[in-house]
Every structure is written in structure tokens, then in C-alpha cells.
Design a protein around this ligand. Sequence first.
Ligand SMILES: Nc1ncnc2c1ncn2[C@@H]1O[C@H](COP(=O)(O)OP(=O)(O)OP(=O)(O)O)[C@@H](O)[C@H]1O
Length: 385
Amino acid sequence: MGSLNNAARRHAEERDTSLPDFSAGGGASSLDRSMATARRGTIAFEGVEKTYASAGAAVHALKNITIDVPGGSIFGIIGRSGAGKSTLLRTVNRLERTTSGKVIVDGTDVGVLDEEGLVILRRRIGMIFQHFNLLSAKTVWRNVALPMIVAGFPRVEIDKRVAEALSLVGLEGKEDTYPSRLSGGQKQRVGIARALVHHPEILLCDEATSALDPETTLSILRLLKDINRRLNLTIVLITHEMSVIREICDHVLVLDRGQVAEAGPVWQVFANPSHDATRALLKPLDRDIPEDIAVRLRPAGDRASKGTLIELAYTGEGGLEPDIAAIAAAAGAPVRLLQSSVDRIQGHVHGRLLVIVNSTDSALIETMNHLANRVRVLGHVGNDV
Ligand SMILES: Nc1ncnc2c1ncn2[C@@H]1O[C@H](COP(=O)(O)OP(=O)(O)OP(=O)(O)O)[C@@H](O)[C@H]1O
């Protein structure tokens, strides 16, 4: 842990003294150094359009995308397949050129950079991929060192940076191992170390966990969050899973057919999804009423009803928290907790409780209304539940 802290501190200190400079090329716009300090790792998309000319009809992949990525944030881009996520991500390091509009990184318009400026920009922007993109015939050390070898750094500097990067991702001692002997999670850690070796301001993650099992996904997401906090690195990641967004992102952009469907702090978008595309993406996170209870639900007024199934939803607005004692007191009858899926997202409560109250009093909703952001009766149950 000590070496991890030291490596992170060295990395952060070095970043504080080495400002990004994309303007080495003659044709590149010059970078205001004081501005760069203030805007470290920021990205602004300004009216970005992308049209692919393909045989037959042109594909309008991005339509008027205007959004800011705050420096130091973890910014998630989510959307269905074909929504334009990869295209948008790849405009940041100009792997894709925009058809019109601008992408501004730390105050520099990436569209006007010449070849030399582009090389420097790409050193400031690391990237990791779904299938890791490691060289199978090279050791871990060489895979991580490669960007620095290509850039012509002296061996002593490469040794230092590779050791530091491997320490950051927890892979000390694996220097001489070949990728075929690593697990999927370890391979992605090598990919992350390679992306960090140039001390970037921004890390782009293209479906970085899609090829991993849930447990490994979680460990890689936690590593990314840890790196973000330690190095103050801006992370832009694309995913098609809201659980990934919930786990680590600060901000989310929902793309739908090349357009911004909605965007904002993650807790807000989870609390009040305003677009159908967002609601559809959130649906898999919803828990259904347990099957054995669902089949026994009775309508209001059924004479055999003895209890009421109530859902209390917490959307994070108004600071409400589930208070079990208050629920029992308000119900004025025995209460059983049937299901709980309460989470905290960026310090805001999000989720729901399902309870059965041993009462069919129609005033229950009124007496419990102030205890959650939304309270509703889902049905009634008999003595058999
Ligand atoms: N090189 C290309 N030539 C033509 N069309 C392309 C090209 N790259 C992407 N597209 C099209 O642009 C649209 C957006 O593609 P993109 O890969 O950005 O979507 P995505 O949201 O990342 O999808 P996925 O989740 O499936 O990776 C799609 O209709 C895709 O077919």
C-alpha cells in the first residue's frame, strides 16, 4: 500500500508541474498555460456532428452534441447499441474527426492540431479497450513500456514509469509474465498501466469491463475510481449498463440515436429520468415483486384481504431516508419488510422498500405519505402471505 501511495503521489506531483502542451506543432493553436492549470482534463463538445459516408445512405452518427466534461470527473456515456457512444469517445483523441462542430480539450481545439500536436495530445489522453489490445508476444513490462519506447524516452525513465504504473494497478512482480498467463482482470490492469504511463490528464474507457465477469468488473471499476481520486484524472467511459454508471460515475450522458437524450449528475438522472431511453436503460435495475407474492395479490375491496402491499420509493430528493421505526409507527399495525433495494448514489438515497402492513385501512397511504418520496399500494394479500 505504501508503494501505491508513493507512486500515486509522485504521479500527481509530476502532473502539477508538467502542464499539457499540445501546441508543439507549428499549425497548432497555442495553449494558455494558466488556463490549462485551471481547466486540467476538461473536454467540451460544441455542436459536434458526425456523418459516415457509407455505400447507400449516409449514417448520421452524432447530431449536435454540446456538453462539457468537468476536469477530474468520471463521466459516463450510455446508450443502446448504435447510439453513437464509441464515435463520440473517439472524437476526443481524434481517432474520429468530426464532420462539424468542435471538441476542445483543456482549451485546445483538437480539430486544428497538426501531426505533431496530435501526437502530444494523444500522450495526454490514455485509452483502454474492451479486449485489452495487448501484444501477446511481449511481456507485461514491454506492453506497458511500449508507448514510452515509441516516444523515445531514456531507459531509466521508462523503468521508473513502468514500475510506478504497475504499482498503481497492483501488478508488481508480473513484469516478465506474458498476457496469455494473465486473467481477464489482470490483462485490463496491464491495459490501464499502459494508458497511465505517459501521465495523462484524461483516460478514455471503451467498454472496458464488458468482457469481464461481474466480480472482476467490480474490481476494475473500483481501480478506476481509485485512480481518478488519487491522480485527479478525468475518466470518460462508455457502457451499455446503468449498473456501471451507478457504481463509479459522477456525471452521465444518455445518447439516443446520436442525440443527447439527457445528461446530468448521476443521482439526479437516476432520481428523475426524463427520457424514455433512460427509463429503458434503468429498467434492468428495477426489482419485480417476488413471484410467489405477485400471484397471490388481491384487488382493493377483496373480502379475504388481510394486509396491504406497499411500495415506498426514495428518489434522493428532499433528503428522505428509510426509517423503519417511523413506518411501523405510521402504519399502526405490524409491518413486515419484504424487499429492500436501497442504495446511495453520490450521497443521495435511491431505491425502494416493499412492505406488507397487517391492515387494509384505506387511510394507510395518507399516514405514510411523508415517509418516502412516493408511497403507493401495489395490492392486497390474504392470510396465506
Ligand atoms: N466507420 C463507420 N462507417 C460507417 N458507419 C459507422 C462507422 N462507425 C460507426 N458507424 C455507424 O454509426 C452509428 C454509431 O456507431 P457507434 O459505434 O458510435 O455506436 P455505439 O453506441 O458505440 O454502439 P455499440 O454499443 O454497438 O458499440 C451506428 O449506426 C454505426 O453503424
